[in-house]
Design a protein around this ligand. Structure first.
Ligand SMILES: Cc1cc2nc3c(=O)[nH]c(=O)nc-3n(C[C@H](O)[C@H](O)[C@H](O)COP(=O)(O)OP(=O)(O)OC[C@H]3O[C@@H](n4cnc5c(N)ncnc54)[C@H](O)[C@@H]3O)c2cc1C
Length: 329
């Protein structure tokens, strides 16, 4: 029995940052429940990650290893997660609002006859009844609602970058093995691999130069690319982002989209070029450390969140900016 259980994710042989954030959330909720939080790691080889996880404070790291869990096969992962939940019997189960969480969360809720709240941006425990209060954006991000549901486990997927990552300290927890009860006959859904020409890890960028409808045409992104290159001489990881309108117009792929239905980012610097600042865009970038807006409309929303703003046609200001950056670098 664990009060709060986190479904961990592994990326490139290490615990994913989203899992560290969930451990931060789990610690907070366990404190509110007066209980403990634990981590569940599933995969074909997760022993190293179990050791890596202990200093982040979970009372237990449940390790469910099986060679059939290599790669993601929905049926097998779901069967293992259901098995683990039935054995551990957590009050609260948190997953990232990632591919894994979105694939497994609804199916698990159905199997365990409980309710799932997806894409939560805040969580707390109602002191009256110990149920999970789940805060999430609704109505296309125009409002924020708090939900409370019956059922156990209390199940939620959590958006990235909304909880601070757990900090590493003393490792007092223990590793507990769970023996997976799966075999190949359980595979019903076939997984296909999508091969991408370019991988855009926007959430890893230090600086994002983002373009919107105000670019006027696809070619506007060429100028942004020049700015990106100039900035790359001074900053490590500079990437191109965009608003949804730019994607809808077919100027750039959706991998670059920032916002509610795109990627949530918190870079050191966000440069918003010709982006009005619709709420669905703002929720995705408002945690950037410095926001620079370039827009012809002095009344646009983006200026309300910007640290620096230039009211100017981007085609005038960006070449001048590039020239200045070249001089300085
Ligand atoms: C459910 C839902 C989810 C959504 N998810 C997202 C999301 O994830 N991300 C997202 O971005 N949007 C999202 N949207 C769309 C969002 O509501 C806005 O429509 C979109 O963000 C607007 O994009 P924009 O700012 O590029 O365009 P516009 O709102 O048209 O703004 C263009 C801006 O460019 C400025 N401009 C014009 N010419 C120039 C120039 N020459 N130089 C400089 N500035 C200029 C204008 O003053 C204006 O402010 C979502 C909407 C819904 C309903």
């Amino acid at each position: 029995m664990s009060d709060v259980l986190i479904l961990g994710e592994v990326k490139e042989g290490s615990l994913d940052l989203k899992t560290l954030e969930l451990l931060g959330a789990g610690k907070k909720l366990a404190g509110e429940l007066g209980g403990e939080f634990s981590l569940l790691l599933m995969g074909d080889s997760v022993s190293g990650m179990a050791d890596e996880a202990l200093p982040y404070g979970p009372a237990k790291v449940y390790k469910l290893e099986h060679h059939l869990l290599q790669g993601f096969k929905t049926d097998l992962w779901l069967a293992c997660l259901e098995q683990a939940c039935r054995e551990i019997n957590p009050k609260v189960l948190l997953m990232s609002h990632s591919f894994l969480g979105m694939e497994l969360g609804p199916r698990l809720a159905c199997r365990l006859n409980t309710r799932l709240t997806t894409d939560c941006i805040d969580l707390s425990i109602d002191p009256e009844d110990g149920l999970l209060l789940r805060t999430k954006p609704v109505s296309g991000g125009n409002a924020i609602s708090v939900f409370k549901c019956p059922g156990e486990p209390q199940l939620a997927t959590v958006r990235g970058k909304v909880f601070a990552a757990a900090e590493s300290g003393d490792a007092n927890g223990e590793i507990v093995d769970i023996k997976a009860k799966i075999d190949e006959s359980m595979i019903k859904v076939e997984s296909l691999e999508i091969v991408r020409e370019e991988i855009v890890a926007l959430d890893k960028a230090d600086v994002v130069v983002s373009g919107g409808a105000g670019l006027g045409e696809e070619d506007g992104f060429e100028l942004l690319e020049e700015l990106r290159e100039a900035l790359s001489k001074s900053f490590a990881n500079v990437m191109i982002g965009c608003s949804r309108v730019a994607v809808d117009k077919g100027w750039i792929s959706s991998d670059h989209q920032v916002g509610l239905t795109g990627t949530m980012i918190s870079p050191d610097i966000y440069v918003a070029v010709g982006i009005s600042g619709a709420i669905q865009h703002l929720v995705g970038m408002v945690h950037a450390k410095k926001i620079i807006a370039i827009n012809t409309d002095p009344g646009c929303n983006m200026f309300k969140v910007a640290d620096y703003g230039v009211v100017e046609d981007y085609e005038e200001i960006i070449p001048a900016l590039i020239e200045k950056l070249e001089e300085l670098s």
